[in-house]
Design a protein around this ligand. Structure first.
Ligand SMILES: CC(=O)SCCNC(=O)CCNC(=O)[C@H](O)C(C)(C)COP(=O)(O)OP(=O)(O)OC[C@H]1O[C@@H](n2cnc3c(N)ncnc32)[C@H](O)[C@@H]1OP(=O)(O)O
Ligand SMILES: CC(C)C(=O)C(=O)O
Length: 571
């Protein structure tokens, strides 16, 4: 049967009734306990699960980042996982302040095998789960509520017994009512309380209750309501470490984790960059860095994030998206003009006060804090404007364009960007700049010049040699300064140039220092820019004037060069 509305086969999520919810006005002021489940939930979702070498590398990485609880596998499920846990224990690979966590179903032979894998461990968390959701009770397990509680309680009793038989290990017990968020809240509470009793949880010997959004089924405020409801209603809350385990089916795993921590969760299970079943587990990198941007250090070290990303990509054999928050190859890059303009201005303000609160527009975090540089912050394509182009010329080539010149030059770059429909690298921008302003030698080029002055006069005399249309000329002029004298000398040869604006700065330092001069001149009523670069500021300013003359000439019809033949053609 075809439904008129195919969406009618779904039904809305049934929210928990919590009109006096407190979590919306809470703030996260301390980081939660973090537990990485990369080597278990992440691993079970990979096309090719990690082999021993990849698991070991991932484990070492997690330790280095600062995780104190690491779910290392499902040792009763596969020999690889079993052997990995044994190697960690036997080869003493686990630091004393780190607990390894292992998952098992609530089945006696799997629990026994799990304990076998942990023999001799220093600190271990045994994590058992069974599904409590009504659809799973009905369709997957075929059990009543009582039988469902029975599975959890029997497993807990067995685990408690095994723990008491291996007192060399510092044990922690963890229980997950799988699919907590789609379980009736009263029933979830009932199961957890039965498990707490079977384990004998007390404030001195608390257990972890992990409340998973196994499949994310509703907006994250619902999950937060459920966690707050649970924390407020469960008996002996003080005997529990409440943990959440968000998945990302609706794309709101990060929000769910944050809201549930506001709602009272003490601990978060997730993975680096969010690998995991279906759309993934919650991404701990994003969570940690979100906290960081609020001024709360997450207690995990992501200060050099790119090698972490590369290592995780190697271990998971999955790429991290270039737009992944805080880490993707493109997240610190702006292509669009207005963003670039604001970043450029914000960076200039910051340079003047590097200790100030971070407020650079469009950059929620300082790239340096995660080991990235400012280099890729601005990249240029057809969406870019003058701000980005000037930023690259300034940062990478030491050229600080005056505002009006930067407007003019942006049209040159825009033309290249539109024509190629590709990114324009800073090298290409520099080349376009050099072609346009520095390398035109026709019709005029400066060969050399000499300045002199009379001791009793502020005026300078200039003698210069220039090449004009292939002919070498010696020109003379006098003025208040070298540039004025040069303009006079040019005028004497029929090149009328009026200086409208002038800027100069140096680039580089010491023996390599150079001067850059920018002029805006008027030639035959038209305003034209020119740029000159030289070791001497005087020579740079003359070259800038010649650059303007040559640029002006290049825009004129070649009237002077019309040959008799072409005139004949025109006739
Ligand atoms: C939400 C999560 O991510 S939970 C973790 C899921 N991870 C994994 O499953 C990865 C590792 N798992 C495995 O390798 C295997 O499932 C094993 C080795 C654990 C078990 O393998 P098998 O015994 O062949 O069982 P199978 O994989 O078919 O699992 C289904 C059986 O487990 C039972 N089962 C599933 N979960 C549980 C549980 N938490 N507690 C008790 N029984 C359970 C089911 O009722 C079913 O039993 P049935 O065959 O009698 O109907
Ligand atoms: C075992 C549990 C915690 C789990 O992975 C889930 O529910 O997603």
């Amino acid at each position: 049967m075809m439904l008129d509305n195919p969406a009618a086969k779904y039904r809305p999520f049934v929210a928990v009734d919590l009109p006096d919810r407190q979590w919306p006005s809470k703030r996260i002021e301390t980081p939660p306990l973090w537990c990485s489940v990369d080597l278990r939930d992440g691993n079970q979702a990979l096309i090719d699960p990690m082999d021993h070498e990849r698991k070991q590398r991932f484990f070492d990485l997690l330790v280095k980042i600062g995780f104190k609880e690491i779910e290392v596998g499902f040792p009763s499920a596969s020999q690889t996982d079993f052997d990995f846990v044994r190697a960690l224990v036997e080869q003493d690979k686990v630091p004393d302040d780190v607990s390894i966590q292992v998952l098992t179903q609530a089945r006696p032979h799997l629990i026994d095998r799990t304990f076998e894998s942990l023999k001799g461990a220093k600190n271990a968390i045994v994590h058992v789960y069974n599904a409590t959701d009504p659809v799973f009770r009905r369709d997957v397990f075929g059990v009543s509520k009582e039988e469902c509680i029975g599975i959890a309680v029997d497993a807990t009793t067995q685990i408690r017994q095994r723990m008491s038989e291996a007192s060399e290990t510092n044990w922690t017990f963890q229980y997950s009512p799988e699919l907590f968020t789609t379980t009736e809240m009263d029933f979830a509470k009932e199961v957890v309380e039965a498990v707490m009793e079977a384990y004998g949880a007390t404030p001195e010997k608390p257990m972890i209750v992990n409340l998973p959004a196994t499949v994310e089924a509703a907006t994250p405020n619902n999950y937060a309501d459920q966690v707050e409801w649970f924390c407020r209603n469960v008996t002996h809350r003080d005997s529990l470490i409440v943990s959440v385990h968000p998945h990302n089916d609706r794309g709101t795993g990060v929000a769910a984790a944050e809201l549930t921590v506001m709602a009272g969760a003490d601990r978060v299970e997730g993975t680096l960059f969010g690998n995991g079943e279906r759309t993934g587990n919650v991404d701990i990198v994003t969570l940690a860095m979100n906290l960081y941007t609020q001024g709360v250090h997450p207690g995990l070290d992501f200060s050099n994030i790119t090698p972490i990303m590369r290592e995780v990509e190697y271990c998971n054999q999955l790429p991290v998206h270039p737009r992944h928050p805080y880490v993707g190859d493109l997240v610190f890059t702006a292509f669009s003009g207005s963003h670039q303009d604001a970043i450029k201005k914000g960076m200039a303000v910051r340079r003047a006060d590097p200790e100030a609160v971070w407020e650079v527009p469009y950059l929620p975090i300082d790239p340096l804090d995660v080991g990235r540089s400012y280099e890729a912050v601005i990249r240029v394509n057809s969406q870019s404007g003058k701000g980005g182009i000037s930023y690259l010329l300034e940062q990478e080539h030491g050229i600080e364009l005056p505002r009006r010149l930067s407007i003019e030059f942006s049209h040159v770059v825009q033309e290249v960007a539109d024509r190629t429909a590709k990114e324009i690298t800073s090298q290409m921008i520099y080349q376009a700049f050099a072609d346009e302003y520095l390398e035109k030698r026709d019709p005029m080029a400066l060969v050399n010049h000499r300045l002199s002055s009379d001791s009793d006069s502020p005026r300078v005399h200039l003698e210069a040699q220039v090449e004009q249309q292939g002919e070498r000329l010696t020109i003379h002029g006098e003025g208040n300064g070298p540039l004025a004298a040069f303009v006079r000398a040019l005028a004497a040869e029929g090149n009328d140039v009026e200086i409208i604006d002038y800027h100069e700065h140096s680039r580089g330092q010491g023996a390599d220092a150079e001067a850059i001069a920018y002029v805006e001149v008027r030639i035959e009523g038209e305003a034209v820019f020119g740029v000159g670069i030289d070791e001497s500021i005087t020579t740079a300013s003359m070259k800038a004037v010649i650059s303007a003359i040559n640029r002006y000439a290049s825009t004129q019809p070649p009237a002077a060069n019309v040959t008799a033949a072409t005139l004949e053609e025109v006739k």
